[in-house]
Design a binder for this molecule. Structure first.
Ligand SMILES: [Mn+2]
Length: 382
């Protein structure tokens, strides 16, 4: 029997990267793209392997948009099957998952592990995210699962040791996956990954459909972002990669010794790939070279405003060119001297500015004095 299922994951609805309203909208938009693809491909179901929402108490905005988008899917008679992830599971007892609003409206189904959901002849099981402290529970739950045939799917939202080998970040090993399923639909990791096992079954991480954090840029550049379309016309599934269109994000490096050139190079590179006003990129900047004052550095970066939606200094790798400050104990020299020395040598303020800053620190309780000092420091005459 021909069955097609769209595997999506980690949509993090409501997430606002860098507090940008545009980014919140982007996240809704890629979710909408995926649902439109499901409808266009006339899939038999959409499976979502966790982190539908970014938090366990999403905003009304995130909920209303989820309802609107999922209604389109319901109108097309396509079921949406999900499990809660670590992000959308409340941390306190007695709180319910936000998915319950959507199940009440009959827009989604929450999968469980004691009884499969059946799509045509495909059995679909799901285990909600289980935290690291309970990983024994996860392993025993996994070992209890017995699918009838390889025409079956298991949804999980867990860190897997072989893929995420850091202490506390994984709850299971690949070897703990129960045998017999045709498709293991994994969430949690945001970069796409898949493995065809010796028995022909597939383990697949769908990844997030947008670049949620700068760490995902490298994976995006290699593998893209989106979903997997699972084709179950035979006993074992085959996969097609579905890509979403996402706002570009780039990690760029500038050197303080070559600021003007570096910045105009970044600008011209971006102009070449310009995808229009609605798709301005986000830049994560690594600064190298000699240390310079942050306010002066930001002034040099201003031309990037024309070309980027947002930019920020992601890593400051500038080195201090003056001799290392030799801190002796405050009793010897006095705290004031140490602060002045830090401000002048390390942060490159001149003597007068450093003295004003020191006055400001000392008068932090008096708003009037601080305002007066700020005016003098910034050269603003009001
Ligand atoms: Mn996630």
């Amino acid at each position: 029997m021909m069955v097609q299922i769209l595997h999506i994951s980690d949509t993090h609805l409501g997430k606002r990267q860098h507090s940008l309203a545009e980014r919140e909208k982007d996240i809704y938009d890629v979710f909408s793209q995926l649902i439109d693809i499901a409808i266009k491909e006339r899939v038999d179901a959409v499976i979502h392997s966790g982190d539908l929402f970014d938090v366990s108490n999403p905003t009304t905005n995130a909920l209303v948009i989820a309802v609107k988008i999922l209604k389109k899917l319901k109108d097309a008679n396509i079921p949406f099957l999900s499990i809660p992830g670590d992000h959308d599971t409340p941390k306190r007892k007695g709180y319910i998952i936000p998915h319950n609003i959507l199940t009440e409206l009959d827009l989604i189904k929450i999968l469980n592990y004691d009884k499969p959901y059946i799509i045509k002849d495909i059995e679909i099981y799901g285990i909600p995210h289980i935290p690291t402290v309970s990983k024994n529970v996860l392993v025993s739950t996994l070992s209890s699962l017995k699918p009838k045939s390889s025409r079956s799917i298991l949804l999980l939202h867990q860190g897997v040791k072989q893929i995420l080998p850091y202490d506390g970040s994984w709850q299971m090993e690949l070897g703990s996956l129960p045998k017999g399923f045709g498709y293991y639909a994994l969430g949690h990791l945001h970069t796409r990954w898949r493995l065809i096992q010796d028995d022909g079954s597939i383990i697949a991480i769908a990844g997030s459909p947008d670049i949620m954090r700068e760490e995902e840029i490298e994976g995006y550049e290699k593998f893209g972002k989106g979903a997997y379309l699972i084709d179950f016309s035979k006993d074992l599934p085959t996969l097609t990669t579905i890509n979403t269109t996402v706002r570009p994000q780039k990690v760029v490096t500038i050197n303080t010794k070559n600021l003007k050139n570096d910045i105009s190079k970044i600008k011209s590179d971006l102009l070449k790939n310009n995808k229009g006003e609605n798709n301005k990129p986000i830049l994560h900047i690594i600064v190298e070279g000699e240390r310079m004052r942050k306010d002066l550095l930001y002034r040099e970066l201003l031309p990037l405003n024309d070309i980027a939606l947002y930019y920020r200094i992601y890593k400051d790798e500038t080195i201090q060119s003056v001799d290392n400050l030799t801190y002796t104990s405050p009793q010897d020299r006095g705290l004031d001297k140490i602060i002045i020395e830090y401000l002048t040598k390390y942060e490159k303020f001149n003597e007068d500015e450093a003295n004003l800053i020191l006055q400001m620190i000392k008068n932090v309780d008096s708003e009037d004095i601080v305002n007066e000092i700020l005016k003098r420091l910034t050269g603003v005459n009001l």
